[in-house]
Design a protein around this ligand. Structure first.
Ligand code: PGA
Length: 253
């Protein structure tokens, strides 16, 4: 059965003190509360916090993730951090291809494929983001667009490699805007993504793919979104910066 996951993407927020406090609060709350064992919890703090936060996480259900990694494995790439380095400080998953990386740092599908490969080779799980901008939805080309993002970045992998990948559908118009996709819009796209995956990797792998929804997920809308058949959890930005709110979202399953 595919895993249900709630992942918090902290983006470029918190200093080290605040970040450690937030991670500890989430960890303690998860330890104390009754969260169904099949639910995975991921937190993706800024790069500078990873090593220290790894030391304050006690509950094995809380999985540490990075927000990005280099597409290269080592060498003269000033400012870059490799997947291997992330793995060495306890990181278990890496967000790849977030729309902010695609839009502001020019990340192409080709680069994303290299990053995903590197993440898998270093025994971590890639969380691959896809999603359309508002103009593409208004033109009615959102399905086509998401299909091409998935085909270009993921279809070159073997089934074995593909089985490690988590997909996050994040309509760009819903990210940080307070405008969530309706549960029907999310379900429709998630079902389409699963079908797209099935056309290449077959029914079993498609059924086992965790597909997260991202874009203004909050405690007040998570239950409705997560109740959809093909929505397996959320990639949460703003609302993951508050431990109580994040826990409420986790409890929405
Ligand atoms: P948001 O961000 O929840 O603040 O909309 C989601 C994301 O960008 O992953």
């Amino acid at each position: 059965m595919r895993k249900k996951i709630v992942a918090g993407n902290w983006k470029m927020h918190t200093n080290i003190r605040e970040g450690v406090a937030l991670a500890s609060a989430i960890d303690k709350a998860v330890e104390k509360s009754e969260i169904k064992s099949e639910i995975g919890i991921i937190i993706a703090p800024p790069l500078t916090h990873l090593s220290l936060i790894n030391q304050v996480i006690n509950d094995e259900r809380v999985c540490l993730a990075a927000q990005n990694c280099s597409s290269e494995s080592k060498g003269a790439f000033t400012g870059e951090v490799s997947a291997k380095m992330l793995h060495s400080v306890g990181v278990k998953a890496v967000i790849v291809g977030h729309s902010e990386r695609r839009a502001y740092y020019g990340e192409t599908d080709e680069i994303l494929t290299k990053k995903i490969k590197s993440v898998i080779e270093n025994s971590m799980l890639p969380i691959f983001c896809c999603g359309e901008v508002l103009e593409q939805r208004e033109k009615g080309i959102h399905f086509e667009l998401v299909k091409s993002q998935i085909e270009n970045a993921l279809f070159g992998f073997t089934s074995e490699e593909y089985s490690k990948i988590i997909i996050a559908y994040e309509p760009v118009w819903a990210i940080g805007t307070g405008k969530t996709a309706s549960s029907a819009q999310a379900q429709e796209m998630h079902e389409f993504i699963r079908k797209t995956v099935e056309s290449k990797f077959g029914k079993d792998l498609a059924e086992n793919t965790t597909i997260l929804y991202g874009g203004s997920v909050k405690a007040s809308n998570a239950k409705e979104l997560f109740s959809q058949k093909d929505v397996d959890g959320g990639l949460v930005g703003g609302a993951s910066l508050d431990a109580d709110e994040f826990l409420e979202i986790i409890k929405s399953f």
